[in-house]
Design a protein around this ligand. Sequence first.
Ligand code: PGA
Length: 256
Amino acid sequence: MNTKPIVAGNWKMNKSGEEGVSFVGKIKNRILDKAEAKVIFCPPFTSLFSIVKTLNGTDFGVGAQNAHFEVEGAYTGEISVGMLKSTGVQYVILGHSERRHIFGETDVWINKKIHAVLNAELVPIFCIGETLDDRKSNQTTQVLENQINLGLQGMDSIDPVKMIIAYEPVWAIGTGETASSDQVARAHGYVQSILERMFGQIAHEVPILYGGSVNENNATELIQTDGVDGFLVGGASLKEESFCGIVEQVSKFYKR
Ligand code: PGA
């Protein structure tokens, strides 16, 4: 792929509005001149406006962590894609394993959300990944294939380059256990082959991120793994040193 590696920080339900603004302000000052990676912050909904404003005029991206697929209506507690768009975000994480496993989101819902986000000309960061049980029972490829097929149903006419995929094995998220390079390379290769079957050669332009306990100690090895175009980072995206460390390492591997 001929683009900058991507480092997206998924803050989950962490940092108040003030903490978030102060955090991105510090990161901005530290890494603004090292524009060799595309850095995306995904804070909670309540911080989106102020963080977009803080980063105005820079190359940093801002994303939401979820969206509802309906335009408006009686959906207590939900946020529409249009509402997100009006905050100035460019990305939306969809299908994260915590949404799937804690909140029971189905592939059908995720598919509707992906459509809604693409229709609004925002970029979905579409998360997929197998559980430990799936892996132990040799179901990894089947699970990935199902998630992609169902998640991207009806997407034939859409330009796949407008989305980002994040492969995040559920057993590696927040556990400190990272998938090995070999496991990551195989999964990314497999995801790539499914996308190629769906979209043809252009699928090679779809960035595929790895996520699951990425930190400043494993970023260099993981970014050099075949098929890895960047990271979706949870825990380590909350700490200035770790996050900047990851961005600095990834920046060395701009695959021109
Ligand atoms: P982690 O989370 O880096 O804390 O494992 C990754 C994610 O949930 O996206």
